[in-house]
Ligand binder design. Structure first.
Ligand SMILES: [Zn+2]
Ligand SMILES: [Zn+2]
Length: 343
């Protein structure tokens, strides 16, 4: 599939990624693994390669460190961890550190300049994109949508990458543009997915609403578990877009006939980064129905049909306060009814 960020074919259907999981990060018999101390500066300025085309992640980090020192983004007394945060592609729980193939790493770094990022993308084959990150969560993070959303900055390459999550029936794939969507790395044991999955199977609703859906993980989970009508919604354009895109990526596991029909393009949606009145941006139809909206979830009751057997998941950024959770739950139930689950 054509990538909406770089225009290349860096996006694959779900099964293509899932089939590669057993050996994508496995070494060849000649691969070497030199483990480096991340809290200390790099001692020897060299990095090894292997003719199989994969490298141990620490060797890749050695090359990144050397490049950043040469460009003046780091000094030789900086610890190795100052290079940044490696996000592997595809992301899934690993029992050992990975041997990285080509285009399998998005580097998030607060310390990197555009020139260095360009060099890294052209000289380090494992890196698919470099993002300058900050100490904040990208996207619309407050319930009232009054705080202007912030994003990280893609400096070079493409920062679209995928995470693979498990359900009791089959894994599924969630792509995102990493500079615009918060990090959600699968740990193999994901309490949110287990909790929401158990709740769906217990109630088996006719309609499921993923009210603050991010890249669509919980809505796709509901689809995989067979809920007939799934609504995904997020006020942040990138979340709403990628949720719809991820329905397309995983459509082979859903009971649908057609591809996702988009009413808006990614670049057009960027012109309205935050929307209050729900705007339908995509749908997918078949024996299951999926509707994707961009909007304030508290406005959804004005447009959605009333359905008794309904389950809403409110996976909000501002949760944790029981009084706040209860107020939001009560308000929602008064307007929309059905069951409400706050994971
Ligand atoms: Zn791309
Ligand atoms: Zn090798």
């Amino acid at each position: 599939m054509k990538c909406p960020v770089c225009g290349n074919d860096c996006v694959k259907d779900a099964h293509e990624l899932i089939e590669r999981m057993p050996d994508i990060f496995a070494p060849c018999p000649r691969c070497k693994s030199r483990t480096l101390d991340k809290g200390a500066p790099l001692q020897e300025f060299y990095y090894a390669t292997c003719d199989c085309g994969k490298r141990f992640i620490d060797e890749v980090f050695a090359q990144l460190y050397i490049t950043m020192v040469e460009e003046g983004d780091l000094v030789p007394t900086d610890p190795l961890k100052k290079v940044g945060y490696p996000l592997i592609h595809p992301g899934f729980a690993l029992t050992t550190a990975p041997f990285l193939p080509k285009n399998s790493l998005v580097l998030l770094s607060p310390n990197i300049s555009p020139g260095t990022a360009w060099r890294i993308v052209h000289e380090v084959p494992e890196v698919r994109g470099v993002v300058k990150c900050g100490h904040f969560i990208p996207g619309a993070t407050d319930l009232d949508l009054t705080v202007p959303p912030r994003t990280y900055e893609l400096l070079a390459g493409c920062d679209v990458r995928a995470d693979i999550f498990y359900t009791p029936t089959h894994p599924f794939v969630v792509y995102k543009q990493q500079s615009k969507i918060h990090i959600e790395f699968p740990r193999g044991y994901d309490p949110k997915i287990i909790g929401v999955g158990a709740c769906i199977r217990r109630k088996m609703p006719r309609m499921f609403i993923d009210a603050d859906c991010g890249a669509g993980t919980l809505g796709i989970l509901a689809g995989m578990l067979g809920v007939p009508h799934v609504i995904l919604n997020d006020a942040w354009y990138a979340a709403s877009f990628w949720a719809a895109y991820n329905l397309q990526i995983n459509r082979e596991y859903l009971l649908v006939k057609d591809d996702v029909h988009f009413f808006q393009k990614y670049e057009d949606m960027e012109r309205h980064p935050v929307v209050r009145d729900p705007l339908k941006i995509a749908e997918m139809k078949g024996d299951q129905i999926f509707d994707v909206y961009q909007g304030d979830f508290r406005m959804l009751p004005t447009i959605l049909p009333k359905e008794k057997e309904m389950l809403t998941v409110l996976d909000l950024f501002e949760k944790g306060d029981p009084v706040f959770n209860e107020r939001i739950r009560t308000e929602w139930k008064a307007q929309m009814g059905g069951d409400v689950f706050i994971p």
